[in-house]
Design a binder for this molecule. Structure first.
Ligand code: COA
Length: 201
């Protein structure tokens, strides 16, 4: 989960209602070229070749899973949801092509009772630069605003991760500032981005 998301603090009383709303949501969605499904542990073997690719981790703090079993465990944890008392709601999806049964990535959001959502997204390196992240994240943004009831969506991006910040620019996010941090033991800088519901396209 997004580290910035973990820094959020909430009004705990609103958590139950949000969780209730999210649990009633459909588990499948489609865009022009993509099928989007709620993530389950059974997706791990299908996604492993994508998610184990070290190229995905150049600008993010996570590390690739070493085995399918490790990814099964990770997805099972995500599927169980945020720890009791954390006030977070974890939403995770897997993305595949509509034209053929090829799994190409994941989408995620961590939502707080403040209705602020933090997003993350991954597309298989084999499918970069074909607009799939733009298409998937367009769905994600609409879903978070229209179905989940988010009031603001935030994302943090390494300043060197040009594809990611271009994606956020394209989606209408506003760059709010730069923040130094450490990535894989070296100094780095993140852009912080925000999209409020009233500014969303
Ligand atoms: C970031 C990521 C999801 C983008 O996926 P993608 O499917 O290639 O993105 P899209 O094809 O929709 O392109 C999005 C924008 O990035 C640009 N772009 C794509 N690849 C690029 C590259 N290698 N260098 C610079 N810009 C690039 C596109 O032109 C587009 O910008 P535009 O709308 O102004 O033309 C993908 O690179 C990825 O999974 N990276 C590893 C995980 C990661 O870093 N996730 C984000 C963490 S914040």
């Amino acid at each position: 989960m997004n580290t910035d998301a973990r820094r959020e603090r909430f009004a705990p009383g609103r958590e139950r209602r949000l969780t209730y709303v999210v649990r009633r949501m459909p588990l499948h969605a489609e865009t022009e070229r993509l099928k989007i499904e709620a993530l389950r542990a059974r997706h791990a073997p299908l996604l492993f070749p994508v998610i184990a690719d070290p190229r995905l981790y150049t600008y993010v703090p996570e590390r690739p899973p070493k085995t399918v079993a490790a990814l099964v465990q990770r997805y099972a944890e995500l599927n169980r949801g945020a720890p009791v008392g954390s006030s977070e709601t974890w939403l995770n999806w897997v993305v595949r092509l509509r034209s053929e049964p090829v799994w190409i990535g994941t989408l995620q959001a961590t939502v707080f009772p403040t209705r602020i959502a933090y997003i993350g997204y991954v597309v298989s390196a084999m499918y970069w630069s074909r607009g799939f992240a733009t298409e998937g994240c367009n769905w994600l943004v609409r879903h978070l605003f229209d179905q989940v009831g988010a009031s603001e969506i935030r994302a943090s991006v390494d300043t060197r991760n040009e594809a990611s910040w271009r994606l956020l620019d394209r989606l209408g996010f506003v760059r709010k500032g730069e923040h130094p941090l450490e990535l894989h033991g070296r100094p780095a800088v993140d852009y912080h981005y925000s999209l409020s519901r009233r500014r969303a396209p």
